[in-house]
Design a protein around this ligand. Structure first.
Ligand code: AKG
Length: 323
């Protein structure tokens, strides 16, 4: 089901200015505007168009907002499918970072309309750092990205999901819980894991059930995003989401997920962090082909040598892991 306010058809591709004449909004906020009481004030001071403002309000209210960028995106969807088709052999259904070899993915990842909406909603400049292509429904357990990709200040991360074909109800649509982005962040420790002991095993047995209990206690229920080809869903970092079960085994559900961080933050992986050691990231920047160095208050912060070496190796190898 698509929220009614997202059923517009903005064919207009022009990037909009998100700048504001009001100096109160010229500094980088410490919280995303969508999480701030100042959102309406900020939108009132912005010259952005109504579609952008509605997008920001939807994201603030539900934790997920849908944009429809018109028919030109459907051609780009076909190009992305063409450029990634060869990966999906021998049972492969998921490809990491195909952006390294696909100019069509880089094109959507840096689409001015997506970047300008995110900048308006968050108040900092976004950059895409990772891509995932799916052939079928992912059937991923319900989770929040805050466990995997976090930032300091909190909240400056989001997921962008593009339907490369019409999503049918039996194909395992993206499932999400509107409003769940406002719940306390679920951590491995809150789910019952001893600090620094995260494994695939206790992730599945502890974290997944703890998230479902939290959602149940909050009385939240899931919605399936049966998007049309070319529609884009954006979710906030703490939104509970995953892949619903595939009911039609013959179905495909070609889709692209992009993850975005925002400038001038510290990037880290909570799942692998310990109280005494933050597992910092050196995220790729799909827009530049390089990296974006983590920063606190404008100054670079250290990234462990191991992480630096891994990022360098990954970049030089131009590896695209498949599963
Ligand atoms: O596409 C899906 O089914 C879920 C994707 C997802 O949960 C993610 O990329 O974090």
């Amino acid at each position: 089901m698509i929220p009614p306010s997202s059923r517009r058809n903005s064919k207009d591709f022009m990037p909009v200015s998100v700048s504001s004449a009001d100096p109160a909004f010229s500094a980088q906020p410490d919280r995303p505007w969508i999480e701030s009481e100042a959102l309406e004030e900020r939108l009132a001071a912005s010259s952005a168009d109504e579609a952008h403002k509605t997008f920001a309000r939807d994201l603030a209210r539900d934790g997920l907002a849908i944009m429809d960028l018109g028919s030109t995106l459907t051609e780009l969807c076909d190009e992305i499918s063409r450029q990634t088709e060869h990966y999906f052999r021998n049972g492969v259904t998921r490809v990491h970072d195909a952006w390294r070899r696909s100019d069509a993915i880089r094109m959507i990842a840096t689409h001015p309309e997506i970047l300008s909406r995110l900048e308006l909603a968050y108040g900092r400049k976004p950059f895409p750092f990772q891509s995932l292509n799916f052939l079928r429904g992912s059937q991923q357990d319900i989770h929040s990205d805050t466990l995997h990709f976090h930032a300091e200040p909190a909240g400056f991360m989001c997921g962008v999901w593009l339907a490369l074909e019409d999503v049918t109800p039996g194909s395992g649509p993206l499932a999400y819980y509107p409003g769940s982005h406002r719940l306390p962040e679920m951590t491995m420790a809150a789910a019952g894991a001893a600090p620094g002991t995260t494994t695939p095993g206790n992730y599945n047995t502890l974290y997944g059930p703890a998230v479902l209990r939290q959602l149940d206690a909050a009385g939240l229920t899931p919605v399936h995003a049966t998007l049309r080809k070319g529609q884009v869903a954006v979710w906030a970092a703490n939104l509970a989401h995953g892949g619903s079960p595939i009911l039609d085994p013959e179905s495909t559900r070609r889709s692209l997920v992009l993850h975005y961080y925002f400038d001038d933050c510290v990037y880290f992986t909570p799942m692998l962090s310990r109280p005494d050691r933050q597992a910092r990231r050196l995220p790729a920047n799909i827009a530049t082909g390089g990296w974006t160095w983590p920063r606190r208050a404008g100054r670079r912060v250290a990234v462990p040598l191991k992480q630096l070496a891994a990022a360098l190796y990954y970049r030089l190898s131009r590896h695209t892991p498949t599963y």
